[in-house]
Design a protein around this ligand. Structure first.
Ligand SMILES: Cc1cc2nc3c(=O)[nH]c(=O)nc-3n(C[C@H](O)[C@H](O)[C@H](O)COP(=O)(O)O)c2cc1C
Length: 383
């Protein structure tokens, strides 16, 4: 059995024989390399947040207020295992790929490359409704891999039902319903470049391949299809009561993404969903909001036995350790894998994932945990 941490030995040994890494290891350097490789419009779309981007800053700042407290002489095995199971999906480590739409603006191989890289590491990819590749094609790229489907609940129940049924038929293991994006946030970077990829028919593959969506549209009229997409993407009328309908449409576990308030967790539990993701969409929706990690302890407490997953601001193994210590069942990596995709396609995502898992493995071990499952409130201190 090889351990994630062995990756660093491999790198150093290769260096001894004159082989230098082609991709950076630090997340900031990878981010910089990614933005150097992308078009200005794509950089704005990926890097940008809502308003003054204060929520994005708060997401990172929240991690600074929690610190790991390393423990010694605990006989930690050199090869640690981090396997966990969330909603019936077994994972080699409590790490997933967050849903990110429109990957074609980052790299031509888009979600196919991401699916292969995730599968190679055994990690579960959450595939976005706004993917540039249909959910069936992403599934076919890594048929044996586990995958979850993220639903943007459209303002057309037939289409919503169709998305859900297609995801179930294509072998997706859970339905992640994103609640925070019933309308796009005010995003100055995208406004400045006047760039919204969907209007250029990017990130609409699931819509344009759907019989419920295409019904009544003149064949081959992309403009009409884009206009229809614009008309039904926004769905501000949804309420907690609508979840009952969704539950009649699927036997998949339902996960609510975008939860930040303990009362919303209680409502989620009352509605009978299976899990929540404590997330603020990477600060892309509501500006001036609390950092997602600041919301996590209250969300976990209100959730009781219901699993809470976490994203928004995770960049390093230490970040993941802190979120896991505060009660997250797993963390979702967002922008970092997108940066890897921009830098090197499939190999770039693979490098980011492998590096992240090595960092996480070392962080957990060196701070005195034989497995990430041992991380607890005792492992961290608020400063
Ligand atoms: C470019 C981009 C596109 C995204 N697209 C989606 C999406 O289609 N569906 C979704 O639920 N979340 C989407 N998200 C939000 C991510 O799932 C995740 O919540 C966020 O990236 C976490 O913040 P972080 O990347 O700063 O850690 C997107 C985020 C980015 C950066």
């Amino acid at each position: 059995m090889s351990a994630y941490a062995d990756f660093q030995n491999e790198v150093y040994l290769k260096g001894l024989f004159g082989e230098q890494p082609t991709q950076p290891f630090g997340w900031r350097e990878t981010e910089a390399a990614a933005y150097a490789a992308m078009t200005p419009g794509a950089v704005g779309y990926v890097a940008g947040g809502a308003g003054g981007e204060d929520t994005m800053a708060a997401n990172r700042a929240a991690f600074d207020r929690w610190r790991l407290v390393p423990r010694m002489l605990r006989g930690i095995p050199s090869k640690r295992t981090h396997t966990t199971t969330v909603l019936g999906t077994t994972m080699p480590a409590p790490v997933m790929l967050a849903p990110v739409g429109v990957c074609s603006i980052v790299h031509p191989d888009a979600e196919r490359a991401v699916a292969r890289a995730a599968a190679a590491m055994g990690l579960t990819m959450v595939v976005s409704t706004a993917s540039s590749t249909t959910m069936e094609d992403v599934a076919a790229e890594a048929p044996d891999a586990s995958r979850w489907y993220q639903l943007y609940w459209p303002a057309d129940q037939d289409l919503a039902a169709s998305f859900v049924h297609r995801a179930e038929a294509a072998g997706y293991g859970a339905l992640v319903v994103t609640l925070d994006t019933w309308q796009l946030g005010w995003r100055p970077r995208d406004l400045t470049t006047a760039y919204l990829p969907f209007l250029q028919a990017e990130g609409v593959a699931n819509y344009f391949s759907d019989p419920a969506f295409m019904k009544g549209l003149p064949e081959g009229d992309q403009g009409a299809a884009v206009l229809k997409f614009v008309g039904l993407f926004n769905n501000p009328t949804l309420t907690w009561d609508d979840l009952a309908w969704l539950q009649t449409q699927t036997s998949l576990p339902i996960v609510l993404k975008g939860i930040q308030h303990p009362d919303d967790v209680r409502r989620a539990a009352d509605a009978g969903v299976q899990a929540v993701i404590c997330s603020n969409h990477g600060g892309r929706q509501v500006d001036g909001a609390i950092g997602s990690l600041d919301a996590l302890p209250g969300v976990v407490e209100a959730a009781g036995d219901m699993p809470v997953l976490f994203d928004s601001g995770i960049r390093t193994g230490a970040d993941a350790c802190k979120a896991l210590a505060l009660g997250a069942a797993a963390v979702l990596l967002g922008r970092p894998w997108v940066h890897g995709l921009a830098v090197g396609g499939e190999a770039g995502v693979h490098h980011v994932l492998r590096s992240f898992l090595a960092d996480l493995d070392l962080q957990a071990g060196l701070s005195g945990h034989a497995s990430t499952s041992e991380l607890s409130r005792e492992s961290v201190q608020r400063v």
